[in-house]
Design a protein around this ligand. Structure first.
Ligand code: HH2
Length: 282
């Protein structure tokens, strides 16, 4: 167990769905499974390849598998509901037939969230922060908790000129408000996510990471997803490819755990698992 010196709060329940409860004594790992042809760092596998990838992430120590059928990288072209459903539902069904892993559906579309929950997903990861009332309604109806993420703008244009006064305060106020709305709508729980790289320049990402304690002081578990994001390359002053950014991702995420993060959304689960175990031990 991490000591309080690392700013790690007492164990508590991170997720409580209608049929399960995930308690948090150590930081949890959410493994990214992109069922897309155009994600910024991976994707492009067929159904069997995605199933093998998901099961490997579970084997590597993922506590939750995050299945996404639409890339939301800066400039990404949106996909329609049918396409997204065709990508994610067969995979969720295949995972359910082979494993009892907790499954998260990474979508901003209520129709996709609903079909995924019906197919057995356990929680909804909404990059639009539950701003769509239909998404709130779906989550409440299925008794599903949700990740509430902050984004300024839309993926296609969000990196053109993001503007903030006090970025930490603005993100915090948005997340706290959306969390209250979600609980009032009947969701059993939420995780808050500052949305690293979603309508944020390098300075905004850094301010949010350095000021994460202001978010983790709120009475909700916090998730951070900095894995392989481009600001990591920028910090090293070199043009690292996405796959070369794993060591920087681990460094960022350990800093987040030190500031009280409860869950990390990562591509390389194995590397993060080892880093967390060793850091815990020393
Ligand atoms: N980042 C991405 C996608 N979904 N969800 C949450 N809650 N937090 C994040 O930081 C986050 C997210 C982008 O990463 P990835 O899924 O690997 O890329 P792409 O959107 O290109 O598929």
């Amino acid at each position: 167990m991490f000591s309080l010196n690392f700013g790690f709060p007492a164990p508590h329940t991170v997720l409580r769905g209608s049929l399960y409860q995930l308690t948090w004594e150590k930081p949890l790992l959410m493994g990214v499974v992109n069922v897309t042809p155009d994600s910024f760092s991976d994707g492009g596998r067929d159904l069997l390849g995605n199933l093998e990838h998901a099961l490997k992430l579970e084997d590597d120590g993922a506590d939750v598998l995050d299945i996404g059928g639409e890339s939301t990288r800066p400039g990404a072209v949106p996909v329609d509901v049918e396409t997204e459903l065709e990508r994610v539902i067969p995979l969720i069904e295949a995972i359910k037939s082979r494993s009892s892993a907790l499954i998260s559906i990474d979508t901003r579309k209520p129709e996709v969230a609903q079909a995924a929950l019906r197919a057995g997903a356990h929680l909804v990861n909404d990059i639009t922060g539950l701003t769509n009332p239909a998404m709130l309604e779906v989550c409440a109806r299925f008794g599903a908790p949700a990740v509430v993420m902050h984004m300024q703008g839309q993926p296609q244009t969000m990196q053109r000129s993001p503007q903030y006064g006090d970025v930490v305060l603005e993100v915090l106020e948005f997340l706290a408000f959306q969390a209250t709305q979600a609980l009032a709508a009947g969701l059993p729980g939420v995780l808050l996510d500052p949305g690293i790289g979603f309508g944020k320049k390098l300075e905004h990402n850094l301010a949010l990471l350095r000021g994460l304690e202001r978010l983790t002081a709120l009475p909700y578990p916090v998730l951070v997803g900095a894995s392989r994001k481009s600001f990591i390359g920028r910090l090293t002053g070199s043009e690292l490819s996405a796959l070369e950014r794993d060591p920087g991702s681990v460094a960022v995420h350990l800093g987040c755990v030190a500031r009280g993060a409860a869950m990390l959304r990562v591509h390389n689960v194995r590397m993060h698992k080892q880093a967390l175990e060793v850091w815990d031990a020393v």
